[in-house]
Each structure stands twice: as C-alpha cells, then as structure tokens.
Write a protein that binds this ligand. Structure first.
Ligand code: ADP
Ligand code: MG
Length: 365
C-alpha cells in the first residue's frame, strides 16, 4: 500500500488553477521529488498533503485512510519551508526543544531527544548559540533537527537548499541523502533544480503549470522524457530541439531542415503515434553530438561556431547548422573560436521525435 496517495487533486485560488487533476503515489520510505519551475504548484501540493490547503476536488490518502477531513495537526507530517522560520532569540537547543515542550514532555526526555538529533546532525557543539551565529548550512541542519525531533511519519521539504551557496548546497545534498537512508522515513522533496532532483531521488514527479508531466525514476525521466517540456528541463546544457520535415527515399528516410538533413530511419521507425502535423521536432542531447574541425568529410554537417563558454572542466559551444543552433558540451578545449567553421555529427538514433503541436514524445511507448 502506498504511504501517500493524491487522487485527481484540483486546487484553485480564485481564477488561478494551481493544481489540475494531480495524482501520484509515494511509497513507504521513498525519497520522492516534485520538481518544476516557479509557480508550477509545488508548494501548493505540499500544503494540500499537510492539510493546510483544502483541495477543490480530489482526495488525499495516507496508508489507505482518506485524509480530507483530518486537520493538519493530526496528520503526523512535518513540512519544512524554504525560509526556515527559526526563533532568532532562542538558542539552538531551545529551537529544537520547542516542539517537545509544546507536547509537554518531561525535561530529561527533552534533553535526551534534543541531544540525540543534534548528534545525528552534527550540531551538538552549536546548541548554546543563537541561530544568527550559525552558517547557512548549520541553520539548515538546525531547522532539520527541529523537524526531526518530532519524529513525524512523513517529511516534506520545500526547496530547503535554495538559499545556500553552491558548495554548501552540494554538501547538504549528500547529507540529506544520508539522513534519508539512515532514518528510512518517507520524504517528499520539492525543488526547482533539476540536478538536485536527478541526484537525490528514488522517483521524480515533474510538475508544470499545475499539471504532472511525468513520474518516473531519474533514469526514466532522462532517457525517456514524456514530452518536450520534460526533455528540455533536464540536462545542462539541455536537449537541443530542431524543427524538421521527413523526406522518404527508397530504403531510408531523412529529417530535413533547410539545406540540412540527417538520416533518421532508425529513429522514425520508433514513432508509435503520428504527429498531428507532418513535421517533427528532433530532440538530441548534447552528449550525442560531436564536433570536429572542418576537414571536408561529407557524412558530417557543416557548422559554424557562434559562441563559446569556457567552464573549466568543459566548454559549451553553440554551433549554427543553417536555421538551427545546437548547444554541445565538450571537454575543455581551446581549439575553436567564434565564427570558426566546424563539422558536426549526431547520433540521431539516440534522439527523440516530438509532436510540434502537442510536444508529446512520439518515439517512446
Ligand atoms: P511553486 O511552489 O511551484 O512556485 P505555488 O504552489 O506556490 O508554486 O503556486 C502555484 C500557483 O498558485 C501560482 O500561480 C501562485 O501564484 C498561486 N498561488 C499559490 N498560493 C496562492 C494563494 N494563497 N492565493 C492565491 N494564489 C496562490
Ligand atoms: Mg514554492
């Protein structure tokens, strides 16, 4: 039985439809991530699960029990917000102890539990200090400790790392994975960051404009994106999209744009449904495109470098191919300059074809 089920949830705020028919299951002990851009409806989803918002339609179910009529304080969930809402004038200890004192636990029990979670989160040495004297990462741990000390059945974290600088964010990503593994509790994690979603989750739900676009493992989502939105949301640089027409010859078919074409027979064979119109959007990931200096080979595409970005480990190169521009990442190189001619080869068979009208991926089952 899933730990949490949302069934056909719709939530409106006056004219804004924040969630449209949202359904998903979260399994017991799972690290489940909801990812999407700002205003996608992520926070609203968590608030509906916590009981802080009433859905207009649909059901929230915990362990098979309908929750719609159960008030937030009886749901046994912890929701940790992006702004951590720590008490600035109370010590770390008192911040963590607060939910236990509200429950009127005996002082020595409060001591024991605060020390236990502080130890687990490696902030014991900070307990006597005010949160204002903590670093960003330490404040994050303190907020997590205050959540953890209540021992909720479900943790929901709303963009907890968004305000941290890059290095701390990396450390906290690893730390949250450890916490999840050691606690074994169900977690619903919200982020707008595709890298966080990919690196931390058992499964991901991609939310956009209040609609679930796809639910799957990081691998599913990356390798078999359901539509153009999902395809373009993951990866850095993201998937390239080229509007193409199909031209068939005896024995093979090409995908054509302007003067350019690639052989697309094996990819076109994967098309399960016809596109609404005759063209296709060819989607191809940067790692499936390679660049060579212009050497006159005729099975490659003639390109021109339009911009370069040196990132140290890798170089991002934008290459114009007629009416299209593709963005690729190569190991650090200084072999190319803007306006250089170059040659491009694509592993077209590893690409995807999208319906130009609906954005649906036509090459997955
Ligand atoms: P996210 O967390 O993905 O950025 P939210 O769930 O906060 O998105 O918001 C989804 C949509 O619902 C947005 O258009 C937002 O403006 C709207 N919204 C959220 N809460 C309220 C509210 N209390 N009143 C009116 N509109 C709201
Ligand atoms: Mg939000």
């Amino acid at each position: 039985m899933p730990a949490i089920t949302l069934r056909n949830i719709t939530k409106r705020f006056r004219k804004v439809v924040a969630l449209k028919n949202v359904s998903f299951d979260v399994k017991e002990g799972e690290f489940f991530t909801i990812v999407g851009p700002t205003n996608a409806g992520k926070t609203t989803t968590l608030r509906v699960v916590a009981g802080l918002e009433k859905p207009n339609e649909g059901e929230v179910i915990f362990d098979g029990q309908p929750m719609n009529r159960v008030p937030p304080n009886l749901r046994d969930v912890a929701l940790m917000f992006q702004n951590l809402a720590l008490y600035p004038h109370r010590s770390g200890f008192d911040n963590i102890a607060f939910p236990l004192r509200v429950k009127k636990l005996a002082p020595d029990e409060v001591q024991r539990r605060v020390r236990e979670v502080a130890g687990f989160l490696k902030i014991t040495h900070l307990l006597e200090r005010l949160p204002g004297t903590y670093s960003g990462g330490e404040r994050q741990r303190l907020a997590f400790a205050r959540t953890m000390v209540r021992d909720p059945a479900l943790y929901m974290l709303d963009e907890p790392l968004a305000n941290l600088d890059a290095l701390i964010r990396l450390q906290m990503r690893v730390e949250l994975r450890r916490i999840h593994q050691e606690l074994g509790k169900t977690m619903i994690y919200v982020t707008h960051d595709q890298v966080e979603a990919m690196s931390m989750s058992n499964r991901i739900a991609v939310l956009h404009q209040g609609v679930i676009q796809q639910i799957g493992s990081p691998d599913d989502i990356y390798m078999c994106p359901a539509n153009q939105f999902v395809a373009g949301f993951f990866g850095a640089p993201p998937m390239n999209f080229i509007p193409t027409q199909i031209e068939r010859s005896v024995g093979y078919a090409v995908l054509k744009w302007g003067e350019y074409s690639v052989i697309g027979s094996s990819l076109i064979k994967k098309v399960k449904r016809r596109a609404a119109s005759r063209g296709f959007i060819l989607g191809i990931r940067p790692e499936d495109i390679s660049i060579l200096p212009d050497n006159g080979l005729n099975d490659s595409l003639r390109g021109r470098v339009v911009s370069l970005e040196q990132l140290g480990l890798k170089t991002i190169i934008d290459v114009e191919l007629g009416s299209a521009v593709v963005r690729i990442a190569v190991p650090a190189t200084f072999d190319y300059k803007v306006r250089d001619r170059c040659r491009i080869t694509m592993k077209v068979e590893r690409g995807h074809l999208f319906d130009p009208e609906t954005g649906a991926n036509l090459t997955i089952a």
